[in-house]
Design a protein around this ligand. Sequence first.
Ligand code: PMP
Length: 399
Amino acid sequence: MTDLFSKFDPLIELRTNLLAQGQEDPFNLVMERVVSPTEAICNGRQTILLGTYNYMGMTFDPDVIEAGKQALDDFGAGTTGSRVLNGTYSGHKAVEEALKDFYGMDHAMVFSTGYQANLGIISTVAGKGDYIVLDIDSHASIWDGCKMGDAEVVPFKHNDVEAMDKRLGRIPEGAGKLVVLEGVYSMLGDIAPLKEMIAVAKKHGAMVLVDEAHSMGFIGPNGRGVAEDQGVLDDVDFVIGTFSKSVGTVGGFCVSNHPKFEILRLVCRPYVFTASLPPSVVATACTSIRKLMHAGNKRAHLWENSKTLHKGLKVAGFQLGTAEPQSAIIAVIMPDLEKGAAMWEALLKEGLYVNLARPPATPANMTLLRCSLCAEHTAEQVQTIIGMFQRAGKAVGII
Ligand code: PMP
């Protein structure tokens, strides 16, 4: 018998060696108690959270929590069914209405996660014989959606408009074409030149899908994302998003103005063949999304936090993922996995949690410490964070 697990041996060895040196496991941390959007108890220690996607700090919003509690009382713990059978409650319709209002679009379809939204929309819209042109640094859920739909997949170099233009130009005349882009790329925290890219896609007659998972609620005058910020939201055919970041709960969605959009509810397998979100979750999401429509002050404070942290880390001598802050994600580039893991642990001992990211999630084989800021981080917390980085960086020998 061939042990089907033997393919994991190199990873098992890497992990065993790392932990054998006394390194705390960076992928097995337990939050013992969560105190606020920016603080938790980890290993018995009060810890500042700088590695969540809680950009707008909505997880503890009193109105959001109240809506969830009320829905639990009124509708129970779960729907026990698919959206197309017994799993559509009034709350699911209400959150879809909130999304239509938030984006100013005609249609909204809610999935159980953002991963499933990408999987479902991409695989259903672009099938066998169609072409998907996508950025090589796309999120795993986008790649998996491409695979599931069986379309021809044509990747291009990250954020390279010319390369994208060339790839599109080589696709046979008359073939179905979908260009898939992200507003913010979550590993380095850089944004896409959507204005140029969407113009090129339209020139070639391609439909455009933009994943705005990391920009919703924060980027753009109304928090609709990078496409809104660059004035091209009307040219996007499908916006994909998630409730697991700025919205502060769990779930995924697609919004669109396509006149035939609603047919997807019957043909999109990751929508049909899974249970719908619990009533408490859609109630919290709905309340949060409606509050995010009026969150201009929070957005401004989050930009301040992002700029302060970027500058502080740069001045301290760290190598960062972007020359200027472009989003709420600041990526700190580590020389290798060992140093990255040591730095991650040193920060945790200082009382700071960040995300350690490594290949295959990261581009160009990089090990990153990804910092994501929250609108609820105070200016003092950001200064404390910079001090923690300086001390840990010196102790580990990175700066
Ligand atoms: N798209 C992007 C760009 C993401 O970063 C993520 C999650 N990190 C997802 C989609 C999936 O979102 P969810 O957590 O809702 O499954």
